[in-house]
Write a protein that binds this ligand. Sequence first.
Ligand SMILES: [Zn+2]
Ligand SMILES: [Zn+2]
Length: 343
Amino acid sequence: MDLVIARPEGLYCPAGDFYIDPWRPVERSVITHAHGDHARTGNQHYLAAAPGEGILRARLGQDIDLQTLAYGERLLHHGVTLSFHPAGHVLGSAQVRLEYGGEVWVASGDYKIEPDGTCAPFEPVRCHTFITESTFGLPIYRWQPQAQVFTEINQWWQANAEQDKASVLFCYSFGKAQRILHGIDASLGPILTHGAVEPLNRVYREAGIDLPPTLYAGDFQKNDPILRKALVIAPPSAGGSTWMRRFGDYSDGFASGWMRLRGTRRRRGVDRGFVLSDHADWPGLLWAIEQTGAERVMVTHGSVAVLVRHLREQGLDAQGFRTEYGDDEEASTAEAESVEALP
Ligand SMILES: [Zn+2]
Ligand SMILES: [Zn+2]
């Protein structure tokens, strides 16, 4: 019997009668992390890993019915033992481990292998069946060590500041933005953030994550000299908006795994692309799958067919799982939400 099946509402555990990251409202939801395509409003009950509580409440509402478990803590529900294990993707992100009648399944949610200092690092969990994401499940995706990417960003920022130009770096406002803030050299100049980024910084700081001091970009008028030395962290939706005018002559960059593709860089029309992803690359996916020891692998969102074929060639029982998860590296307009919302 399968511990998790695909249903129109989402990934469903029949034995426990709950859903994992459902995309339609359900009674009982288990949430891997707070990105919009995994954590949606409208569920009656939420269960998530404790470090994600602040973000989930900030995004879904302070009054949601949310129960949390520490990583590794076990909950017995209808005979199913459930626990969360770090996925290394964003603050609070978790893999969901389910055990029932001697069978162990793990649903990965989104995950990243390289520890980044802004969330608990990925921990492989042994299981019989592993449900894995494959956002970057193609052999062309191989990330450089993040230290190298941060050096590139620092050099770009420094060169722009020497020419009295602001450096505007577009990235996803939850996770990627805080990872960049944590990783860059804050001694190079002032750091400004967009209104969509700052509330999430606050939650990270409250969770004890070390982020450098940031200033709210909306507080500065055009031609303020501080702007010319600043690194500005903004969601992609801010690009081309009137909000950008205050920076005058600026250089812009985009940080995403998709920057690996020249076409994406061109389409985005930015000066610089920085290849930085919060998802596992191809070797990372294969490593994680191997570490689980799973004989059966279900592949969700991304390059499903390519990864499934590869795993079958390795002798694994692999298949695709239809989901409605999106792509948190390809910026959505939903992020425009709080552009002018801050005082
Ligand atoms: Zn995600
Ligand atoms: Zn996802």
